[in-house]
Design a protein around this ligand. Structure first.
Ligand SMILES: NC(=O)c1ccc[n+]([C@@H]2O[C@H](COP(=O)([O-])OP(=O)(O)OC[C@H]3O[C@@H](n4cnc5c(N)ncnc54)[C@H](O)[C@@H]3O)[C@@H](O)[C@H]2O)c1
Length: 363
């Protein structure tokens, strides 16, 4: 079991990582200052697979508890999804003294965090991520949100949790395509962190898919450590935190354009491939380095049926991206592992080039 602390201006909070560590929640929810009443938003699939494990642990407390089972899938990250959670909290008479606990993947966490940040002007929230993607990325850092008008994460807040428990026991039931999606965000950390981590991921790629415990713990720990260090320097994405969006300008457009049939991590990896081509086009990467860096994302299994040829529609979604300034699309590009350039302006023909090359290299 590993424990670390994420430090932000508003709050420091613990992150616990290990196998079968959920029972440590008991101490956390009984700490002074923690709100009394527990409203638990749990992904329906996770609940049916782990019902006993979850309920046994919460049965040990005599606090007020309600389990709200969230319909799985990206479409729950919506106004409808938000409304049903908020309505249920009102109906079950939850007040300001509520700790909302999310148990699920990034969809459950993002939606729950948003609900907690607006309910009665803010109640407490804590996350128990159950997907690889949520463990290495989304549960940390306090970004919450929903999709709206088919724009990804266009509404949301920054709202840090009270604690995060990453219990890898949950990950053991994750379908293969969801592990693949998590690997997508992990590849992002390979590029953001350093050569040592990049090489570790490259070398242990198959062991990640077979969920080898020591490898799983290490990749989660290192990703959380890195994300935590970025967030502690720039909680609200004024500068440094932007690097965490590597590949995401493309990825969000790819997701929107396919009406979310593409998994987030898959879209991120395709977005990273596009960002690598764009970095090459802008002279940040030599051809030799481009070829070298493409090797890792191309090891991932990507949906062959995925079509990103509708260039105009992709561009439309890119113009709606939150990172844009003065109506111009801005990109995070890369000149080496751990060397990122933020807010890079590019012209439309460069974007077109990057998308065409991505299609080419994936076919
Ligand atoms: N807030 C952030 O900083 C941040 C960062 C990255 C991604 N995200 C968001 O995260 C979302 C994607 O998250 P995700 O990939 O976790 O998807 P998800 O939450 O939709 O979960 C994927 C699928 O796995 C199932 N599942 C979850 N845990 C399981 C388990 N232990 N066993 C079996 N099945 C399980 C779910 O029911 C669902 O069908 C996107 O909306 C993305 O925008 C947010």
């Amino acid at each position: 079991m590993k424990k670390m602390e994420i430090k932000t201006k508003n709050r420091n909070y613990p992150v616990i990582i290990g196998n079968s560590v959920l029972d440590l929640i008991y101490d956390l929810i009984n700490q002074p200052g923690m709100y009394e009443n527990l409203f638990i938003v749990v992904d329906e699939n996770v609940f049916s697979l782990h019902e006993k494990y979850i309920t046994n642990i919460f049965n040990e407390t005599n606090k007020k508890i309600h389990f709200y089972k969230l319909k799985p899938g990206e479409h729950s990250k919506s106004f409808d999804g938000l409304e049903t959670i908020l309505s249920e909290m009102i109906e079950k008479k939850y007040g300001r003294d509520t700790l909302l606990i999310s148990i699920g993947g990034g969809v459950t966490g993002d939606l729950s965090g948003f609900a907690a940040s607006v309910y009665m002007r803010g109640i407490q929230v804590a996350h128990i991520p159950t997907t690889l993607l949520a463990a290495v990325d989304s549960a940390i850092g306090g970004k919450t949100g929903i999709n709206f008008n088919n724009y990804k994460n266009i509404l949301g807040t920054f709202y840090q949790p009270q604690f995060v428990i990453i219990d890898t026991k949950f990950i053991s039931t994750l379908p293969k395509e969801e592990i693949n999606s998590g690997v997508g965000e992990l590849i992002k950390y390979a590029f953001l962190t350093n050569e040592i981590f990049y090489n570790y991921i490259y070398k242990n790629f198959d062991k990640i898919y077979s969920l080898e415990e020591s490898v799983l713990n290490k990749i989660i720990y290192k990703s959380v450590l890195f994300k935590g260090s970025v967030i502690s320097k720039d909680e609200f994405e004024g500068g440094l935190r932007k690097i965490l969006n590597l590949g995401h300008t493309f990825a969000h457009a790819y997701e929107s354009q396919t009406n979310y049939s593409l998994k987030h991590g898959e879209a991120v990896v395709m977005g990273i491939i596009s960002a690598l081509f764009l970095s090459y086009k802008k002279g940040l990467l030599s051809e030799r380095r481009l070829k070298k860096f493409l090797k890792l994302p191309l090891r991932m299994k990507l949906s062959p049926e995925f079509v990103i040829r509708n260039y105009q529609s992709i561009l439309k979604y890119m113009y709606g991206d939150k990172k844009n300034r003065e109506g111009e699309i801005r990109f995070i590009l890369l000149s080496g592992i751990g060397n990122l350039a933020t807010d890079v302006k590019v012209n439309e023909s460069d974007i077109h080039y990057a998308i065409e090359e991505t299609v080419e290299v994936l076919s």
